[in-house]
Design a protein around this ligand. Structure first.
Ligand SMILES: NC(=O)C1=CN([C@@H]2O[C@H](COP(=O)(O)OP(=O)(O)OC[C@H]3O[C@@H](n4cnc5c(N)ncnc54)[C@H](OP(=O)(O)O)[C@@H]3O)[C@@H](O)[C@H]2O)C=CC1
Ligand SMILES: O=C(O)CCC(=O)C(=O)O
Length: 409
């Protein structure tokens, strides 16, 4: 099953419960625009290399399209299309006034110098600047992109269109970024985690967590859970993992990662593989790396009671069915990982108004948004007797579908 078929499987399951009908179902599943561009640059060596760039714009019925940019060797049109549609449903679940998009460049940034990365980013913007914009489509960070990349995007876009901080979010604080954006996805996940654990009768304090991914989402989530008294028993990055059934000391792990660039080799735990983390003995599993990692093959071995999806699309449909049968709760990506786009929305609002919010305000508004979204999804799940994932899609399809029909087709 392709990535987009996987996302559409979840979408269609909900759409059929809602009985939206084939014409609207097809309309909502079909991306508005798929852009694939040549991104050719001169390498430091003088060699010319050509990369492929993508921007898939899925839906704009509720507002400008929104979603991150990923730099990864395995990125392709199918993956971007799946991620773009997830953004449509995610922005609708948290009710921020956006549609969905996603994009990036198929490249391995670890093999590029900083100057090459800058040239690549600027060239990508040259190629897509006429389809993005503060009222059209607003990129943001995703895997292997960061505030520096967002700063280059802002600068390059502004060369064409005049000073435009609101064209991109996740920027550095010195360049109109929002306080709280860096940690926002992890913080949003924490707020949702507190809600569901309360409903399951478990406090965060003393609960055992395993996380796959220790980048923006995974590392902030681990830190915040640790601050809440959670016991992080295993983490992994692309090179491998580390586990400690007594709990990893997260501040020391951060020191280690700062020194070595990886969680592997951390003396406060024993080594494990990055897949071992998915089946670690814990109450809560948080995939926070790439998609499609929970499969028909490993789902029966998952030991967690609860899976909170920090990554986009970590659970394949067959694994999702297995978790449902096994009574393992899954808090879906479109809810659990929505903290990032929520604070991106706050950043965009601040940029449009030329002002800056204090971090306390950002975090308080984020908490309110995440709690409301959780409550709405939980209500639909209870009343329709469906999983949290199907409930989230029902909520989102209702909002996107109504906006589409009201605007006129
Ligand atoms: N950034 C954001 O605001 C949001 C991100 N997401 C999603 O969260 C996920 C992570 O994104 P983000 O944290 O931004 O990305 P980062 O690039 O900051 O971090 C990705 C992390 O995943 C690790 N990783 C990559 N491949 C594997 C693997 N095979 N096994 C274990 N770990 C692996 C990386 O390891 P290494 O560092 O060693 O390469 C790194 O620790 C993605 O699915 C993304 O779409 C969702 C919502 C918002
Ligand atoms: O912050 C944003 O606009 C998008 C974040 C993102 O790409 C995601 O939620 O997957």
């Amino acid at each position: 099953m392709s990535a987009v078929e996987g996302t559409n499987y979840f979408f269609r399951k909900a759409a059929r419960i809602m009985d939206v009908g084939t014409p609207i179902e097809t309309l909502l599943a079909t991306p508005l625009r798929e852009v694939k561009v040549q991104v050719s640059i001169e390498m430091d060596s003088g060699e010319i290399r050509t990369f492929l760039g993508y921007r898939i714009q899925h839906d704009n019925s509720r507002g400008p399209m929104k979603g991150g940019l990923r730099y990864h060797p395995m990125l392709d049109q199918d993956e971007c299309s799946s991620l773009a549609s997830l953004m449509t449903w995610k922005t609708a679940v948290v009710n921020v006034p956006y549609g969905g998009a996603k994009g990036g460049i198929a490249c391995d940034p670890s093999q590029l110098s900083l100057k090459e990365l800058e040239r690549l980013t600027r060239k990508y913007v040259d190629q897509v600047q006429d389809v993005i914009g503060p009222t059209r489509d607003i990129p943001a960070p995703d895997v292997n992109t960061n505030p520096q990349v967002m700063a280059w995007i802002m600068d390059q876009y502004s060369r064409y269109h005049g000073h435009s901080p609101a064209v991109v979010t996740g920027k550095p604080l010195e360049l109109y970024g929002s306080k709280g954006r860096e940690a926002a996805t992890g913080r949003g996940l924490l707020y949702v985690c507190r809600e569901i654990l309360r409903d399951l009768g478990l406090p965060v304090k003393g609960t055992r967590f395993a996380l796959q991914g220790f980048g923006n989402v995974g590392s902030h989530t681990a830190q915040l859970l640790w601050e809440d008294g959670g016991i992080v028993v295993a983490v992994a990055d692309v090179l491998g993992g580390v586990r400690n059934p007594q709990g990893l000391d997260i501040p020391s792990l951060f020191e280690h990662v700062k020194r070595t660039g990886t969680v592997t080799g951390f003396a406060g735990g024993s080594p494990c593989s990055n897949d071992d983390v998915l089946t670690a003995d814990c109450e809560v599993l948080i995939p926070a790396a790439l998609g499609h990692v929970l499969t028909r093959e490993n789902a029966p071995a998952v030991r967690a009671r609860l899976i909170i999806e920090g990554a986009n699309g970590p659970t394949q449909p067959e694994a999702d069915e297995i978790f449902e049968k096994r009574g393992i709760f899954v808090v879906p990506d479109v809810l659990a990982s929505a903290g990032g786009v929520t604070v991106s929305y706050f950043e965009w609002v601040q940029n449009l108004q030329h002002l800056s919010w204090e971090e306390e305000r950002v975090n308080a508004e984020l908490e309110k948004t995440m709690k409301e979204a959780y409550e709405r999804v939980a209500q639909v799940a209870r009343s329709r007797k469906v999983s949290m994932r199907t409930a989230a899609y029902i909520l989102a399809i209702g909002r996107v579908g109504k906006a589409t029909v009201l605007r006129g087709i």
